[in-house]
Design a protein around this ligand. Structure first.
Ligand code: KG4
Ligand code: ZN
Length: 334
């Protein structure tokens, strides 16, 4: 089954063609990063306007690269929520129109579920349920127990900033460009992670996350140190504090709920130290379970292949419910 995926929830205009939820035939992303660098972050109105001229050429390129026409597509999956409402509207309006004209099944996808299904892309073996997934991005941060396709339970989420958002804000304090996660990660490679002591909020406390205290502590430290501040050491110490909390909670949840696999997903899952620390903790735990993260870094950050993949599994659950076209409305929240 060939699904055309469309993703416009934030600042990437993306379209992809995926076969049976796993084989990526094309994955096109028009990034707005250069535009948002000028303002140090995403301005919603600017992002939405930029999607408009990009969306049709991006879809056209995804179809061409996959070597198919729109007539050969079996269904269209589109990010419906959560995200910036005006950005989401560009994707959903386009998908509604294409599905209505082409009489195709139209499958609404939750962006976070999309990130989760990024771990199925290019996969050659079988994923075992139940699994514990840490979805960590700029806009969201959840710990999700998945017992089967469609059987998802959010155990915890952030009470304030998401991990990626904290990376972006601290990067900005250090004068690094947007998006800050990859910049901090690069800078941290030459830094000493033990140099500055930073808080690990709620590390042993439930499954919710909180990163605003860490962000404030980092801000205070930057001010106190002034000229003396070692940027690489600060980046390494900050990254360690975030990854320590994320990996500790993921492992604790996996143990408590007897997960067969642990997964990282979302933009921050591209972070090398997070992968390393999670692996280290898994080894130390003695748990004999699988560990996955997206096979390519483009599947970590926002893309449409993950939306097409999620669309395939959503469709399989109840094909009859997609038999007739229904209008999809964009929703900003979870
Ligand atoms: O999933 P994503 O593309 O967008 C949202 O759904 O929010 O995630 C983007 C976030 C940004 O905050 C970015 O700084 C962060 O992911 N990110 C990273 C890395 N690569 C991207 N954070 C830490 N380390 C990285 N290597
Ligand atoms: Zn995302």
């Amino acid at each position: 089954m060939l699904i055309l995926g469309i993703e416009t929830s934030c600042d990437e205009t993306a379209a992809a063609v995926v076969e049976n939820g796993q084989i990526v035939r094309s994955n096109i992303i028009a990034s707005q990063i250069d535009l948002h660098r000028k303002t140090g972050g995403v301005v919603p109105e600017v992002a939405a306007r930029e999607h408009v001229p990009q969306i049709l050429p991006v879809i056209d390129e995804a179809l061409t690269e996959a070597g198919v026409t729109i007539n050969e597509i079996d269904g269209i999956a589109v990010t419906q929520r959560p995200g910036l409402i005006s950005s989401l509207l560009v994707g959903t309006s386009t998908a509604n129109t294409l599905a209505l004209i082409g009489k195709k099944p139209l499958i609404p996808i939750n962006h976070i579920e999309g990130h989760i299904y990024a771990n199925w892309l290019d996969l050659e073996d079988e994923i075992k349920f139940p699994m514990m997934v840490l979805t960590v991005s700029g806009g969201h941060n959840e710990l999700v127990l998945i017992k089967n396709h469609g059987d998802l339970q959010i155990l915890g989420s952030t009470r304030d900033d998401a991990a990626g958002e904290a990376f972006d804000k601290v990067a900005r304090l250090l004068g690094l460009p947007y998006p800050g996660g990859p910049e901090i990660s690069r800078l941290a490679e030459d830094g000493d992670k033990e140099r500055y002591e930073l808080p690990r909020a709620m590390i042993r406390d439930g499954y919710d996350f909180s990163f605003s205290g860490l962000k404030s502590a980092t801000f205070r430290l930057i001010q106190e140190e002034g000229e003396q501040l070692n940027h690489a050491d600060l980046a390494a110490s900050f990254q360690e504090a975030v990854c320590d909390v994320l990996s500790a909670k993921l492992l604790r949840a996996a143990e408590e709920f007897s997960a067969q696999e642990i997964h990282l997903a979302g933009g921050v899952s591209a972070n090398k130290r997070l992968r390393e620390l999670t692996h280290k903790r898994l080894m130390a735990s003695g748990l004999n379970i699988g560990f996955r993260y997206p096979q390519k870094s483009v599947y970590c950050t926002d893309n449409a292949a993950m939306i097409a993949g999620a669309g395939y599994f959503e469709y399989q659950k109840k094909p009859e419910s997609f038999a007739t076209w229904q209008n999809i409305e964009a929703e900003a929240c979870l």
